[in-house]
Design a protein around this ligand. Structure first.
Ligand code: NI
Length: 181
């Protein structure tokens, strides 16, 4: 059974802790945590979530790009659980783009991220992977991996001028959106 879990907001100390390596992916409580994260993220229309956001101190994140009201231009992918993710390589190019966070309600920020990252992780069956992620999905991966180190996107915004409200962001994307055909 999955249950919707409360998402912690910035200011909660658990969002600032270093997450712990998962040693037993097959533990039923760990599998339940993954299901809870998936359900919580979907209810909140997120494109990613990390275990510390629901108060769990484990190195578990979900990456699940798809178009939504929050991210209308996101590419579609199957939700992917990454356990003990580690960024082992990245390109030199950092690109600034808008990010939000389920733990930072009502704000958006321009955040510099690498366009490409290579990540070692375990899937929810415990199989090891080394995978390259690019563009928006690479941005999600970097954002979620930051959560595992107690970091939120606000820490990476270079100027207060790069921080806006959700409603200002919605006006911005409506102004730049391609016409619907
Ligand atoms: Ni976040």
């Amino acid at each position: 059974m999955t249950k919707k879990t409360t998402i912690l907001q910035v200011g909660h100390p658990l969002l600032r802790q270093q997450a712990t390596v998962v040693t037993d992916v097959h533990n039923p409580e760990m599998q339940q945590l993954i299901d809870d994260l998936l359900a919580t993220m979907q209810v909140a229309s997120g494109v990613g979530i990390a275990a510390p956001q629901v108060g769990q101190p484990w190195q578990v994140v979900i990456v699940a790009s798809r178009p939504s009201a929050r991210y209308p231009h996101a590419p579609v992918m199957e939700p992917l659980a990454l356990i003990n993710p580690c960024i082992v390589a990245h390109d030199d190019q950092q690109i600034k783009d808008w990010e939000g966070c389920l733990s930072v309600a009502g704000r958006r920020g321009l955040v510099p991220r690498y366009r490409m990252v290579e990540v070692d992780y375990l899937d929810r069956q415990g199989n090891p992977h080394r995978q390259v992620f690019t563009d928006f999905v690479a941005r999600i991966v970097q954002h979620e991996c930051d959560h595992l180190e107690g970091r939120v996107f606000l820490d990476r915004v270079e100027s207060y001028r790069d921080l806006i409200t959700e409603s200002a962001y919605q006006q911005l994307i409506q102004a730049t959106a391609a016409p619907v055909t």
